[in-house]
Write a protein that binds this ligand. Structure first.
Ligand SMILES: [Cu+2]
Length: 318
């Protein structure tokens, strides 16, 4: 049984049918990674690595950064899981417009879901109706994935200049989106190039039409994954990849259920397992990277609402 299309989108990731129209003209450059350069994310100029601290509930860090390859590192000093979801706003739109128009659309649907007034399909339809037309020209631009308290998430993206919103829409135990409690920060990406280079990847992941193709086996220690976004969704956005550690007795089905914010307990504290990082979705044709520290044990690659559609795969680190 295939869920109605309106159900399957991640929060703040709906109705971006015109995504192709807002991709940068030099998008093809992005696909040519410099395989010969034995660089790491850290070896570019200082400005290519930007650090944020996530607290319950705020991001602390720069609100203006250089463009090009940028490594965003987020130290989670809070008591709950956090992430950064980056949205490139259309010209002339601000974080205030985003909060008022987009935040309200999701907030309203979430209230209706919680009260039982609508099911997930109904909530999806509500969001579709409430979102402003301009949101179709916004673009998801990655950002470090879910990470447990005390851990650091790191993702590397190629960012074009413009006005962005950084946000975390994990929910508190009371069911409030962190976004609404202060985890939304305006970010200006300037025309100045960061001088950063894409890192070399240990594992290559390609997302295509709700599938996850994984090449390579992660080893213990620091590992970098390349994520190729090859999806061409007709409506809505593509998927993302997060890494969750499965301690003895962890129930992967429970984690899958948790990944969908439209579930009452979805993305809501406490999380059923500890995440170690990942990267959020980008437009089709982009490649992003994320770096994680892996200890021997059982893990899974998992997408957000895509998890329920089978975008989840266990792996073991020896
Ligand atoms: Cu958060």
């Amino acid at each position: 049984m295939i869920a109605p299309r309106s159900v399957v989108f991640t929060a703040l990731a709906i109705s971006v049918g015109a995504l192709a129209a807002c991709q940068p003209a030099d998008e093809s450059e992005n696909q040519t990674l410099d395989e010969g350069a034995a660089t790491t994310a850290e070896s570019g100029s200082g400005s290519s690595v930007v650090e944020y601290i996530a607290r319950d509930y705020a991001f602390v860090g720069p609100t203006e950064i250089a463009s090009g390859w940028v490594t965003m590192r987020m130290v989670n000093e809070g008591q709950e899981h956090h992430f950064v979801f980056l949205t490139l706003l259309p010209e002339g739109k601000t974080i205030e417009d985003y909060a008022a128009d987009v935040g309200m659309a999701f907030g309203g649907a979430w209230e209706a879901l919680q009260s039982g007034a609508v099911d997930k399909a109904g909530a999806g339809a509500m969001i579709g109706e409430a979102l402003p037309e301009w949101y179709a020209s916004a673009a998801p631009m990655g950002g470090p994935g879910l990470v447990a308290p005390g851990k650091t998430a790191q993702a590397t993206m190629r960012l074009t200049p413009g006005n962005y919103v950084m946000e975390c829409y994990v929910k508190t135990a009371d069911g409030e989106f962190h976004t609404m409690l202060g985890m939304a920060l305006p970010l200006t990406v300037t025309a100045e190039d960061s001088g950063g280079r894409p890192p070399r990847a240990d594992v290559d992941i390609t997302l295509f039409e709700n599938t996850m193709a994984i090449e390579g086996t992660p080893e213990a220690g620091r590992q970098t994954m390349a994520v190729n976004f090859d999806e061409h969704p007709e409506f809505g956005l593509g998927n993302d990849v997060h890494v969750v550690r499965l301690e003895e007795g962890a129930d992967l089905d429970e984690v899958v259920e948790w990944m969908d914010w439209m579930n009452i307990d979805g993305l809501r504290a406490p999380s059923p397992a500890a995440f170690v990082g990942g990267v959020h979705e980008m437009p089709s044709g982009y490649t992003a990277f994320f770096t994680v520290d892996l200890e021997p044990g059982r893990y899974a690659w998992i997408a957000e609402s895509g998890a329920a559609r089978g975008m989840v795969e266990e792996f073991t680190v020896e």
